[in-house]
Ligand binder design. Sequence first.
Ligand code: AMP
Ligand code: MG
Length: 330
Amino acid sequence: METKISKRAFSLAKKYILAGEAVAFHTETVYGLGANACSDEAVRKIFTLKGRPSDNPLIVHIHRDYDLSRLIDFDPPYAAALRQAFLPGPLTMVYPSKGKVSSLVSCGLETLAVRVPASRTAQAFLRTVDLPIAAPSANRSKHVSPVTAQHVFDDFGGEIPLILDGGACEGGIESTVLDCTGEIPQILREGLVTREMIAKIAGDCLVYLPRKGEKPKSPGIAHAHYMPKCRTVFCRSAEEAAACFERESAKGGKPVILCEHAAAETLRGYRLLDLGADDLEMAARLYALLREGEKTATLLIGIEPKKKDGAMAGVLNRLHRAFATEENGN
Ligand code: AMP
Ligand code: MG
């Protein structure tokens, strides 16, 4: 199958969606792989294309004027204020579901995750289709999420008919996933809408931490993700990273160090991928640099950033998962 990359083929995208195909589209976080959320067959296609575990539910995307009450059964008192403050934007809200979309979307859970993306490309696509679109990130399962149309093409070229190209994703990490089924909202996955930002509007905000052995509330957080295809190692300091670099070079390998700007300054002369100086810059660059690193390095060496505030919680979560195993072989 030919994979078209287009900036404005929204009518064509609608044709493909109505025919049960999956279409990739730009959002402000990462590119999504979308299909008709009301069709079992279309939703199944997403799981098959990605190789996604069947217990990892999908987020439904809607345009800004779509009537949310068609999809959800209960709207907690704090939710309207959160929507007003952050939507359209990088916040996914989980509600009790009305069961109007395919049961495969939520993998049997009685809840539904809903997002209203801010990207103009995503909005134009969703408005043209005027259906809830189930869409995970447009990468093969476990791989690094895509932040350009080319990244999507690298994973799915020849397997999907269309990529709606809106340029590079300015946010760079996936949306914050917020459980809105309880009295107090609870973050299930950290993102650019932070706990502090949510608490300011809702009065309070919890952050979910799965206990050992417990089935996590957000199944996706239990799965391997964001993994570069080369070997990886995560270091606590620039000195440790430099030692890893020397060892790999001595073996004839080609190591690359991925780190925040302050560490990069102390490691001049080494082959480096500089994530930048602040949390938003680091989020925006992370996946593109992981994908660049895996193409050129035999060993990708990450360094734990010193910064931990604001949106860094989301960046750190992705970094820890990208470098989850010591020298993984994937
Ligand atoms: P992805 O689309 O690949 O970024 O992953 C979607 C994330 O949303 C995963 O971490 C899922 O576990 C989470 N998610 C989707 N639907 C639900 C739901 N109904 N309840 C809790 N988490 C969800
Ligand atoms: Mg994903």
